[in-house]
Design a protein around this ligand. Structure first.
Ligand SMILES: Nc1ncnc2c1ncn2[C@@H]1O[C@H](COP(=O)(O)OP(=O)(O)OP(=O)(O)O)[C@@H](O)[C@H]1O
Ligand SMILES: [Mg+2]
Length: 416
């Protein structure tokens, strides 16, 4: 017994050899421990690099902010104003400007007789859902479905008529509402009368021809002032990135040249600030993972590749099975060295692949249709091959990325 007792003491005394303990960190701060364990921390505040963050200052949008503010300001003096639309490509700051100006107005003029309601029509993409949200905003609790449309509308109308302030209604991504459900709600809202004050509708859309899609009657009562948001240029994107880097990253953790590179490339391809910030975030994550001291141009180049890959993966993930299989067939043929496989060849390859997935093959006609859909999503390019051995035929010109990489992505997603 005694023998075992000795062993026990020996065991307890030397326990730190058997069980690694945090002893080596005693006296050090938790922050230090986490930094050591997790690698070099470059990101100071991850939220700043997130899409939903709206900074106090929006570089490059001073003119749009001024214009929108001047359209809002008559309401401060109890004068009516006009409706507005913001038009511009994705990532040009439309949502950010709308939110920034509303927030600034609310803070600067807290007692102004204005009520702001923001509704994103990508979620509320039917008239019913928009009205449901409006009912909720006015404190009416109703079930989310099954309530009669007319009652929803009348509830809102009653609340509007009782209002003592102006209603500024921001319908973001309003084109999605009109596409899904027509423009009847926009028509009714822009003809609203009554209320002690009135309504000002701010429609936001990234479809440049949004107004052309409206019925002439709707257009004539809505008749908005237009604020155009042009794609950002390189120097504006640089300022946007610099601001995010200063706020969200540790001091000295990035080279200005790296930011310039992101700005220049994005200005050339789209002018989309969202994508520029995505690349910066990805570069910071890569640098952290690799324990790099600074984000440099080399890391940025790789960040672009990762972001592109992520975007392609998101698009592919949303595709139905047969679309994925047709894409796989095209990628395999191109990767095997066929420089311009015709649609017939793609169909043959697709039929062989379909067997592995125990699915019934679609017709050649349908597969041609799918190829056109994949082209419109930007995943591949179809070209005409004039005067080949089979006469004029359609061929796959290229994929959005090198075929080997596309195959690798598809493999990652379980298609091999
Ligand atoms: N001028 C700017 N300054 C700082 N950040 C900006 C600026 N413009 C856009 N951003 C940021 O870029 C991202 C995209 O901007 P925003 O959401 O406003 O684009 P959008 O024009 O509404 O695009 P979409 O049509 O896709 O909705 C957001 O994170 C936003 O905060
Ligand atoms: Mg937006």
């Amino acid at each position: 017994m005694r023998k075992y007792g000795d062993f026990l003491w020996l065991f307890i005394y030397n326990a730190h050899f058997y069980f690694p303990s945090p002893r080596k960190y005693w006296g050090l701060s938790l922050e230090y421990i986490y930094t050591r364990e997790a690698g070099h921390r470059l990101i100071k505040d991850r939220r700043i690099l997130h899409d939903s963050f709206v900074p106090r200052k929006l570089p490059g949008r001073e003119e749009e902010i001024r214009k929108f503010s001047s359209l809002l300001s008559p309401l401060l003096g109890n004068e009516p104003s006009v409706n507005v639309v913001f038009l511009g490509k994705p990532g040009t700051g439309k949502t950010a400007v709308a939110k920034r100006v509303i927030q600034d107005f609310s803070e600067l003029y807290p007692s102004a007789p204005i009520r702001y309601i923001y509704i994103n029509c990508s979620r509320a993409n039917t008239s019913y859902r928009v009205l449901y949200n409006l009912n909720k905003e006015f404190g009416m609790l109703i079930p989310p479905s099954g309530y009669p449309y007319d009652e929803l509308y009348n509830n809102f109308l009653d609340a509007f008529n009782r209002m003592r302030s102006w209603l500024v209604l921001i319908l973001d991504e309003v084109d999605l509402l009109v596409k899904r459900d027509g423009d009847r709600l926009l028509y009714s809202l822009s003809r609203l009368e009554g209320g002690e004050k009135g309504i000002m509708i701010v429609g936001i859309s990234n479809a440049p021809n949004f107004l052309d899609r409206l019925d002439p009657r709707t257009l004539s009562s809505f008749s908005p002032e237009t604020i155009i948001f042009s794609p950002y240029r390189a120097h504006q994107l640089f300022d946007i990135l610099k601001q995010r880097a200063e706020m969200g990253l540790q001091e000295g953790s990035y080279e200005d040249g790296a930011l310039s590179l992101i700005a220049a490339r994005i200005a050339e391809e789209s002018g989309d600030a969202r994508r520029a910030i995505d690349v910066l975030r990805m570069a910071a994550e890569l640098a952290e993972r690799e324990n790099a001291q600074k984000i440099n141009e080399e890391i940025v180049m790789r960040a672009f590749k990762h972001v592109d890959e992520e975007e392609v993966m998101i698009t592919i993930r949303s595709l139905p099975l047969h679309h994925k299989l047709v894409l796989l067939a095209a990628a395999r043929l191109l990767a095997k060295g066929d420089p311009r496989p015709g649609t017939g060849k793609v169909y043959y390859q697709y039929k062989r692949i379909v067997k592995d997935y125990l699915a019934k093959p679609l017709t050649m006609r349908r597969v041609s249709g799918i190829l056109r859909e994949l082209e419109s999503m930007g995943l591949l390019e179809i070209k005409m091959d004039y005067g080949g051995s089979h006469g004029n035929t359609k061929v796959i010109g290229s994929l959005v990325m090198p075929p080997d990489e596309m195959n690798r992505i598809l493999e990652k997603m379980g298609f091999s």
